[in-house]
Design a protein around this ligand. Structure first.
Ligand code: ATP
Ligand code: MG
Length: 557
């Protein structure tokens, strides 16, 4: 089915600009993270949008670290951000830092002062806030609004020179204290902060505010389309004001709805709390909605890009069901993951009529979804097997198509077996299931003529490799944890279930992190990044069950 996709509103703007020859047909976007945390799935939406637009219209995208707050920023974050963007499959044209523009931004501020459009204010933060008025009442000038240009120039130079303490003075734009837009009521442009910056060290003790850095940085780089989230709509008049008054390159800001997802918190500040309060292991804990967490969990770049494509670009806030993200990874792994067997809760099955010491090398395709199966692996079969505890029932109900006294089942890739007996330990717990096998029922060459309804997975006892397996659930029980007074109240205490000793196919010892495996009947898994050959650890990426898929199919009809 060939499907003509309609343009989203930003694509429409870009196409219109290309049609009218604005910027000479040039498209230059930027992705501007603040290096104060790891990227999350919300950032992925912004990355896919910015880099995607550039790819689509033969343009480029800059990576700009918005590093104007020395206190919260760190090079560890810079490195992780670069890694995550590349992992998602995108490459920036230039790696840039707002801090590289500090000198230029300073000169812009001086220019505004010279034009009578900025002044140094000695008021405290509280005094400034109080004089700002309310949305229904205009603000009033503090006593410093009418300082002379000369005085402002001298004071601002002294601010830079370090003559004042933090908070003693600020530089403000002189715009309109009665503006219905609070952001236009003489907004702060510079604040004093005696702090070490991760790139400029102690060179500066005044730092530009977001509103005085972002638009100007866009302009310095000659960004054509500066895309940000909806909360910046009220900042746009100030963005435009600065560009107009400074007479610099006219970058334009466009806003789209940020990604919100059910059962997820998305702000870096909250994610940092989860890390600091040890609710999760780290930023890359597989339960985190960070790119690094999703990667460690076993999400693929393609699944995340596909998710961002599916959710699209909107002008209004909405909430995306996290099961759509799960649908996207299932869809991808179903096509790419190699099939393997693993037993998470083992009991022993003994085939009483199978020769002692005999081993058969059975063959299993790696990926039945593709022609040729992407090769195959050898699965050793022997007299004693591990099977899943829940695949045996002492008093099986009628429709239980697995094992129980007198019941038959197919062992995947192997034979049909019939259960004759079982053994319990002193606590009454079943520890061994005894079966006989039908020698001419081997998969692929079955001449037994027998039909059985169920197939179960297994691992040969002498060949089994041990592994720790981690099963994850949602990190929050509340659908919208961020809306609560304290988002940590709804943390799911059972978001991680560790199986200390599962049995896996021997060939899984060569697994690598990021390679997806379907443990048949159990879900999709990948090797954990902290796994070692001595202690293998697998993470469950997602279960096999696919409830959202049905919804999507219904919607398509
Ligand atoms: P957070 O609130 O998580 O700290 P932020 O907006 O402060 O996010 P930045 O590093 O400043 O994070 O963001 C870099 C870019 O990513 C910005 O353009 C921002 O608009 C965008 N972005 C951040 N969160 C989301 C989201 N949930 N959905 C879409 N885009 C987002
Ligand atoms: Mg931010």
């Amino acid at each position: 089915m060939s499907e003509e996709k309609s343009l989203n509103f930003i694509e429409e703007i870009v196409e219109e600009d290309l049609r009218t020859g604005k910027h000479g047909g040039r498209v230059l976007t930027r992705f501007p993270p603040e290096p104060n945390g790891y990227l999350h799935i919300g950032h992925a939406k912004s990355i896919c949008l910015n880099f995607g637009l550039a790819q689509q219209y033969n343009g480029k995208t800059n990576l700009r670290f918005d590093d104007t707050n020395p206190v919260t920023e760190d090079t560890e974050y810079v490195e992780s951000i670069k890694k995550d963007i590349q992992w998602l499959g995108f490459q920036w044209a230039e790696e840039l830092y707002t801090s590289d523009y500090f000198e230029t931004l300073y000169s812009y501020a001086v220019e505004l002062i010279k034009k009578g459009l900025a002044y140094v204010d000695d008021s405290t933060a509280e005094e400034i806030a109080a004089a700002k008025g309310t949305p229904t009442e205009p603000g009033i000038p503090t006593g410093y609004r009418d300082r002379s240009i000369e005085e402002n120039l001298a004071l601002f130079a002294d601010m830079r020179a370090g003559k004042y303490k933090d908070g003693e003075k600020v530089l403000r734009a002189k715009i309109d204290l009665a503006s219905p837009n609070m952001h236009m009521r003489d907004p702060l442009l510079y604040r004093i902060k005696h702090a070490h910056h991760h790139r400029t060290g102690n060179q500066w003790c005044i730092y530009p505010m977001y509103d005085f850095a972002h638009g100007q940085s866009d302009s310095i780089e000659k960004i054509t389309h500066s895309i940000c989230t909806l909360e910046f709509i009220p900042h746009r008049p100030l963005y435009d004001w600065c560009i107009e008054k400074l007479e610099i390159f006219p970058s334009r800001q466009y806003e789209f709805a940020r990604l919100n997802m059910t059962y997820t918190v998305m702000s870096k500040r909250k994610l940092l709390q989860l890390v600091n309060d040890k609710f999760v292991e780290n930023w890359d804990d597989p339960r985190m909605p960070t790119i690094s967490g999703l990667r460690r969990r076993g999400y693929t770049p393609a699944s995340i890009r596909n998710f961002c494509d599916k959710i699209g670009v909107q002008k209004r806030e909405n909430m995306i069901d996290v099961s759509l993200l799960e649908f996207c990874i299932r869809e991808d792994l179903n096509k790419t993951a190699w099939r393997r067997m693993a037993v998470l809760d083992p009991i022993k099955l003994v085939i009483t009529n199978y020769p002692d010491g005999q081993v058969e090398d059975l063959v299993g395709e790696n990926n039945p979804e593709v022609e040729g199966g992407e090769g195959h692996r050898i699965i050793p079969f022997s007299k004693e097997l591990w099977i899943e505890r829940e695949d045996f029932m002492e008093d099986a109900p009628k429709k239980f198509f697995r094992l129980g006294p007198g019941l038959s089942v197919r062992l995947k890739h192997a034979y049909i077996v019939t259960c004759n007996d079982f053994v319990k330990d002193e606590n009454g717990r079943v520890i061994e299931v005894h079966c006989t096998y039908i020698p001419n029922s081997k998969s692929g060459e079955d001449t037994s003529g027998l039909k059985v309804k169920g197939t179960i997975h297994w691992i040969s006892v002498p060949h089994a490799k041990e592994a720790e397996v981690r099963l994850y659930d949602r990190l929050f029980n509340d659908e919208n944890p961020a809306a609560a007074e304290n988002f940590k109240d709804s943390i799911n205490p059972e978001s991680l279930h560790v199986i200390e000793r599962a049995y896996i196919e021997p060939d899984l010892a060569t697994a690598t992190p990021g390679k997806g495996y379907q443990f048949i009947r159990l879900g999709y898994f990948t090797l954990d990044t902290h796994s070692t050959p001595e202690h293998l650890v697998f993470n469950r990426t997602v279960t096999l069950k696919d409830s959202w898929g049905k919804e999507v199919k219904k919607m398509d009809k």
